[in-house]
Write a protein of this length. Sequence first.
Length: 76
Amino acid sequence: ADIVITDYHPATPLHGANVAGHLLFAMDAGHVRHVLVDGAAVLRDRTPVLLDAVAARQESLAATERLWARLASIEP
């Protein structure tokens, strides 16, 4: 089963008639606390389980620096 558990405290009453509005306009990624995919945790307490988030961010920053260097070398 795929399950998303949020830490959402609505400012207005939440019920069946307005749940879509809450999902579309009030909730965002910051409210997600846990995610299970096929019954296995992929996000626990807002921390990725299947990857090293620090290493992924470092790799992303290095790739960004290489991209900007390449873009700077393009002649207009």
